[in-house]
Ligand binder design. Structure first.
Ligand SMILES: [Zn+2]
Length: 418
């Protein structure tokens, strides 16, 4: 019976990418990759090449020739500076962009491996090193590096933030090793194979994923199913009892689906009610899971709570991705999604709306739950960053006198992200 519940997972080919109906043929090239669109190789063929590379990679690995692969996770001499940085992996000022450069674009693999090792999870769950390494490499490869924002560096950043939250006293005292494993895996895979456009775009272009998931949490379902596909492909948990590995897949889904920003209010009001009634009992597995969901949601949108130099870079990247979507919509005479029109929005206006209506309410509740120095630091950065953007765009600040324009901006902020 359990197998039936997960049956549909098997029907989703991991390599299917971004195939649009004929009437939007011109879009597919643009959406898949701007870098590729400059050349003559069709994007789908490029994906097949990736797949072939994967096959070669794993064959070499299994034949015992790991030196052919550029990643040396266990080597003593791998990137000294990156290793130094990992000693401060729990710092809120951790510069993931620098870490990504030092690891030659492999931040997600290095960081996740290091954290799993640091928590003793590799030993505890007796994870096979070759399988784990392959799984992490495949996860990293399945992020689209051409996306300005939803790429492997974002996943690495969310994983690092998740680690910071897992170390918070309330969580550290109550979470089990299983919870920590799930939290880190969910963070690393939560945007897997993200196409760089949002759900409304997929719906209005009749993308097959929108039909497959009936226009509901389309991207999040795809991220989850892609992650499950990689877990099964690499047999990472084949040493665990079948019910445990199915439980990991199911809970991974529940965590990733919680990152759907359109369900923000649902999670936030449930969190608020628990805090008002002071009835969160972290000895209870379902309460711990709910807290993990909230932690992942915070990690996913914590960019505005980082120090300005980091936060600003993320703001520029996410807006670039929005505007790129808007440009495609414009080009194909589709309705331009909220926040995606580069002529009607600025980075500052997008950020101020996002901070005011999405980030601040969430982090205010998180700080009630986990009243720590980290929470205060995050709220401090959030306030300062918002002030910096407001100084650049005074008319877009929350105190605008244009009463009519605010609700629209509020709605737009909630609908357009992810
Ligand atoms: Zn994300």
């Amino acid at each position: 019976m359990e197998a039936n519940r997960f049956g549909p997972i098997l029907l989703i080919p991991i390599e299917i990418k971004w195939i649009l109906p004929a009437k939007f043929k011109g879009l597919s090239q643009t959406c898949i990759t701007r870098a590729e669109s400059a050349g003559s190789i069709p994007a789908r063929r490029v994906r097949r090449l990736f797949s072939f590379q994967r096959h070669l990679l794993s064959s070499r690995l299994l034949r015992g020739a790991p030196h052919l692969n550029p990643l040396h996770i266990l080597d003593e001499d791998y990137c000294g500076q990156a290793k130094c940085m990992l000693e401060k992996v729990g710092s809120w000022n951790f510069d993931i962009f620098l870490f990504d450069r030092l690891t030659n674009g492999n931040s997600l693999v290095f960081l996740t491996f290091n954290l799993l090792n640091q928590y003793g999870l590799i030993e505890l769950f007796q994870l096979d090193m070759v399988k784990l390494r392959r799984f992490l490499v495949l996860v990293q490869e399945d992020y689209h590096n051409q996306n300005p924002y939803h790429n492997a560096v974002h996943a690495a950043d969310v994983t690092q933030a998740m680690h910071c939250y897992l170390r918070e006293p309330k969580l550290a005292q109550s979470l089990t090793s299983f919870d920590i494993l799930l939290g880190l895996l969910a963070a690393a895979t939560h945007d897997l194979d993200h196409p760089g456009v949002n759900q409304p775009f997929l719906i209005k272009t009749n993308h097959y994923l929108a039909a497959l998931y009936r226009n509901t949490s389309v991207l999040e379902n795809h991220h989850w199913r892609s992650a499950v596909g990689l877990l099964r492909e690499t047999e990472l948990f084949s040493n665990l009892p079948a019910e445990d590995s199915l439980s990991i897949e199911r809970q991974l889904g529940s965590l990733i689906l919680a990152t759907d920003i359109s369900r923000q209010n649902e999670y936030l009001s449930r969190f608020r009610t628990h805090l008002d009634e002071n009835d969160l009992c972290l000895g209870n597995a379902s309460h711990r899971h709910f807290v993990l969901q909230m932690a992942l949601k915070c990690a996913d949108i914590c960019n505005p709570c980082r120090p300005w130099e980091l936060s600003k870079q993320w703001s520029e990247k996410v807006t670039e991705e929005f505007f790129h979507q808007g440009d495609i919509e414009k080009k194909h005479k589709l309705e331009i999604s909220p926040l995606c029109d580069s002529e009607a929005n600025t980075i500052a206006s997008v950020q101020i709306g996002f901070m005011t209506y999405v980030v601040e309410p969430l982090f205010a509740e998180w700080a009630r739950f986990s009243d720590t120095r980290l929470s205060q630091t995050m709220l401090g950065h959030l306030g300062l960053n918002k002030a910096s953007w407001s100084a650049m765009e005074p008319e877009a600040s929350g105190s605008s006198e244009e009463g009519e324009s605010e609700p629209g901006r509020k709605q737009g902020s909630k609908r357009c992200l992810f």
